[in-house]
Ligand binder design. Structure first.
Ligand code: NAD
Ligand code: ZN
Length: 345
């Protein structure tokens, strides 16, 4: 089969590789029908994620058709259409029982990270019963592939952890795929205002089309001053960090109102300047964490009910074997006006 293989920092190729086989009785082999490229793949390629070994097939988002299952798989059979979770987890260990799937005692593997991923014609899915979701016959797979990672991330770590409520003023810093997924899923809870902050005017304009009520360009204006002015000096009820740099975490600390909530989604990779005294005096709650994908089935229902359309984020489409070209586009997302790039087998 063909797969997109990482060969160390800065190097990748679309190459022939052995088709995966069943290793454990709980495994499934899935023929990939749709996959995407995520910002995390670019971080791996830059060498920012040293635990990813040379030879690894990248990619952790996808849909497909079950090709084979081990004897221990009970929920799926060959021919079933499936949505692939970015995390594979046993579903039975103490952490899985708390739905902390990224911390599974026998897994917690992120596809395309510690095990081979979805940017390939076939992928092995460990703990298939808990790591795949059935796809309704009439589902739009372009929408569903957004539920492998970015939608549950924005929803769980941004909206649910941040406890967005009706009437709230919510600020989201970062209008990338994760920030956009946060913007779309925050609307389930009818916040009164949804302020989007980014540096890219085109992404801000897209955020307006997706329901942002106020736009702040942090490149051309003082984001904190503008948000304080927009909120009459009070600040926002919930500030959601979806970039992953110290400066945007700091903005989130400074714009949150007394009794408010900071939900950190971004992966910082290094420490940030935590203003604990300010958070203490303002009774602020700070939450953060890894996506679990426990909400993927709920999101699937909302998509099928027509309450949200994640396919809105898809700006570019390629055949799977054009993935090298797709990486070029995604790596130059601002110039190419790309949000999500879909690969179809
Ligand atoms: P992205 O890089 O595609 O988008 C980030 C956006 O932030 C861009 O639109 C960029 O213009 C904007 N930005 C950059 N610097 C800024 C600044 N100073 N002020 C305002 N805006 C700024 O990233 P993404 O794929 O959308 O992911 C967002 C973050 O979420 C990343 O840190 C990613 O690693 C993280 N993430 C976390 C989890 C989790 O489990 N918590 C899961 C997936 C992704
Ligand atoms: Zn487990």
């Amino acid at each position: 089969m063909k797969a997109l293989v990482f060969h160390g920092p800065g190097q990748k190729s679309w190459m022939e590789k052995a088709k995966p086989t069943l290793v454990q009785p709980t495994d499934a082999i899935v023929r990939v029908t749709h996959t995407t490229i995520c910002g995390t793949d670019l971080h791996i390629l830059k060498g920012d994620v040293p635990e990813v070994e040379s030879g690894r097939t990248l990619g952790h988002e996808g849909t497909g058709v079950v090709e084979a299952v081990g004897a221990g798989v009970t929920n799926f059979k060959p021919g079933d259409r499936v949505l692939i979770s970015c995390i594979t987890a046993c579903g039975r260990c103490p952490n899985c029982k708390k739905q902390l799937y990224a911390h599974c005692a026998d897994g917690g593997w992120i596809l395309g990270h510690l095990i081979d991923g979805t940017q390939a014609e076939y992928v092995r899915i460990p703990h298939a019963d808990n790591s795949l979701y059935p796809v309704p016959a009439d589902a739009d797979e372009e929408a569903l592939v957004m539920l492998s990672d970015i939608f549950p991330t924005g929803f769980e770590i941004g909206v649910l952890a941040g406890e967005v409520k009706p009437g709230d003023t919510v600020a989201i810093v970062g209008a990338g795929p994760v920030g956009m997924a946060t913007l779309l899923t925050a609307q389930f809870y009818s916040p009164a205002r949804l302020i989007m902050i980014d540096l890219d005017p085109a992404r801000l304009e897209t955020a307006r089309q997706f329901g942002a009520t106020d736009l702040v360009n942090a490149g051309s204006e003082d984001a904190v001053a503008r948000i304080m002015a927009l909120t009459g000096g009070r600040g926002v009820d919930v500030s959601i960090e979806a970039v992953g740099v110290p400066a945007t975490f700091d903005v989130c600390q400074r714009i949150v109102c007394a009794g408010g909530h900071i939900a950190n989604v971004g992966v910082h990779g290094k420490s940030v300047d935590l203003q604990l005294q300010d958070l203490w005096i303002k009774n602020i709650t700070l939450t953060t964490g890894l996506v679990t994908t426990r909400t993927t089935p709920i999101l699937l229902q909302t998509v099928q009910a027509g309450r949200v359309d994640p396919a809105k984020l898809v700006t570019h489409r390629f055949a799977l074997d054009q993935i090298m070209q797709a990486y070029e586009v995604f790596a130059n997302a601002a110039r190419e006006k790309a949000i999500k790039v879909i690969l179809k087998a």
